[in-house]
Design a protein around this ligand. Structure first.
Ligand SMILES: [Zn+2]
Ligand SMILES: [Zn+2]
Length: 198
């Protein structure tokens, strides 16, 4: 999958001195949907980003609040639904290693110096690629079984109409219970229980 340029943020105006900070607010119009089959932020939709960049010794610490709207389908009644997404992202983007760390002690110091991050992101020049963290936050935050409401009553199994549109006493004509009993027995025992009388 080719990388999308729309997620690149150029941080050239952030001074590379520890403690320097800048804040940004912008929208990213995504070229491809992000999410699951049943619910996703659709292509062309905007992801709003409120971001703070902070220069630290190893690189740039990115803290962002993202907001977007996901469109999907209720798994019970199949009605379209929308979910407002709000997620927080925090990642350290490291400077590309321009000088190699040679001694064991230096290497160890560099490791101990790590912030508590589980994955390494690398600055590409002045560019911060926000795609991975944004994609992860959105996908992991989506419900696997989206519902229009927690107690969505779903559809009548008899006619497929939404229960919310049906009368409370809505029902379907049931097969005569005696015939049903016979049908349920199946073909294995054709002679059994055939002599039912009132
Ligand atoms: Zn529903
Ligand atoms: Zn029905």
């Amino acid at each position: 999958m080719h990388k999308s340029k729309v997620f690149l943020f150029n941080a050239h105006d952030l001074p590379r001195r520890s403690g320097e900070m800048k804040e940004y607010s912008f929208d990213i119009a995504i070229p491809e949907p992000i999410g699951l089959d049943v619910i996703a932020v659709e292509a062309g939709e905007a992801i709003h980003v409120d971001m703070r960049l902070e220069s630290v010794s190893q690189g740039i610490l990115v803290s962002a609040q993202i907001a977007a709207v996901a469109d999907g389908t209720c798994m019970r009644c199949l009605e379209p639904l929308e979910i407002d997404l709000h997620h927080r992202i925090q990642e350290l983007y490291r400077y590309a290693p321009d000088k190699k760390v040679h001694t064991k002690a230096q290497r160890k110091a560099a490791e101990v110096d790590d912030l508590d991050v589980d994955e390494d992101f690398m600055l590409e020049g002045d560019d911060i690629d926000l795609e991975g963290p944004i994609r992860d936050a959105i996908v992991l935050g989506l419900p696997i079984n989206p519902l229009c409401q927690q107690d969505c009553p779903g559809l009548c199994s008899g006619c497929g109409v939404k229960w919310s549109l049906l009368e409370a006493d809505h029902e379907h004509e049931v097969v005569d219970p005696r015939w049903k009993a016979l049908l349920d027995l199946g073909p294995e025992d054709p002679n059994e229980n055939l002599d039912f009388k009132n």
